[in-house]
Design a binder for this molecule. Structure first.
Ligand code: 5GP
Ligand code: MN
Length: 340
């Protein structure tokens, strides 16, 4: 449960005359968009004036979600995003812990006279906010949104649409309940969402059986041609150059989830995915057990995230970045080999 005294205050600021803008992080994933839309439809139902804005495109496998067409995308709707932020009395920060995670929206927020509410499940939030709902033990930000609505005493407003959005967040952030989902509360909440009429099998299909042929072939290519296994370090990684991505008509979100595949090989404890972007390398890191990959990402690759799922960036060429990663991982061999 979230602290009670918070709700008395939140009830006042979530009243209908307020203009509310919801924000989530760059390269938004299922939890980012699920939380954003779930909270959006809840606040709309309460009669609030709400807008949603994100730094860049959301992945196309989330296109089917109701309300995605209402999300303002800063990379192509800069003016509209600035307008809704300047008008806002209240801004929600969803699913991120560092101001840099909203990319170019960050400077727009500086100096704005708004109340800020952070709802997130990453460790050690660094965002300045008037209200901070930051709980690491939950599966996802979507689960926190459910708890927030519960704390406000307004669960009766949660209909099939809101429940579907929140379920997408919980399902994707737990890898379909294979990690971040050892708290019974997560399953109790999923039970509540089922009672509100969600079609969980259909949601699974809409998210995971909804990729393009290009994405499927890029995955095949990545696993067959680009998977590197370092058995001594129980580590595996995949790297993709811009040429390779172009060859498969890469679209935003196509490589989402690729980083999890190397764990299908027995004994792998660390996995990484390196994607060459225009001016930098975007990296996804995953680990198993007590190897904190977020610390590794923060220390060596300007990143962060959760203990077992983090990301970072490199401004060195791809080959140098891979060399650096291999050297660093070699350095951590003993620690990785001590993992069960
Ligand atoms: P993904 O690999 O799926 O992009 O991200 C995994 C996790 O790491 C997410 O929780 C995400 O918020 C976090 N993350 C990804 N990239 C970055 C980054 O560049 N900086 C920080 N601080 N966190 C990141
Ligand atoms: Mn999340």
């Amino acid at each position: 449960m979230l602290p009670k005294e918070l709700y008395g205050k939140l009830k006042k600021v979530l009243a209908p005359p307020f203009q509310i803008t919801l924000l989530t992080h760059i390269n938004p994933d299922g939890d980012a968009i699920g939380s954003l839309l779930g909270l959006y439809w809840f606040l709309k139902k309460k009669g609030c004036q709400v807008s949603m804005a994100i730094p860049n495109e959301y992945p196309r496998f989330l296109d089917w979600m109701e309300g995605t067409d209402r999300i303002l995308i800063y990379s192509r709707q800069e003016k509209q995003v600035k307008e809704v932020l300047q008008k806002a009395d209240l801004v929600f920060y969803l699913d991120f812990n560092e101001p840099g995670r909203i990319g170019e929206i960050q400077p727009v927020l500086e100096g704005l006279d708004v109340t800020r509410i952070l709802v997130d499940h990453h460790p050690e939030p660094e965002c300045k906010a008037d209200y901070i709902i930051s709980v690491q033990q939950v599966s996802s930000t979507a689960e926190l949104i459910y708890q927030l609505i519960e704390g406000l005493g307004e669960l009766e407003l949660v209909d099939t649409l809101i429940a579907t959005c929140l379920y997408v967040g919980i399902m994707t952030d737990t890898g379909c309940f294979s990690f971040n989902s050892s708290q019974p509360r997560t399953f109790e909440i999923v039970g509540e969402l089922l009672l509100r009429g969600i079609d969980k099998d259909r949601i699974f299909s809409l998210v995971y059986d909804n990729y393009s042929e290009d994405r499927m072939r890029l995955l095949g290519y990545s696993l067959e041609q680009k998977l590197v296994i370092l058995p001594e370090q129980r580590t595996a990684y995949i790297s993709l150059t811009r040429d390779e991505l172009d060859r498969f008509n890469h679209a935003q979100g196509d490589t989402e989830g690729f980083v999890n595949y190397p764990f299908s090989v027995s004994n792998i404890r660390v996995s990484a995915l390196f994607i060459e972007r225009e001016d930098h390398i975007k990296i996804s890191f995953r680990s198993k057990g007590d190897f904190p990959i977020n610390t590794f990402a923060a220390q060596f690759f300007n990143g962060g995230g959760h203990k077992n799922a983090a990301g970072g960036e490199s401004y060195e060429p791809l080959t140098d970045t891979l060399k650096k990663f291999e050297n660093l991982i070699e350095h951590y061999s003993d620690e990785i080999n001590r993992l069960p």
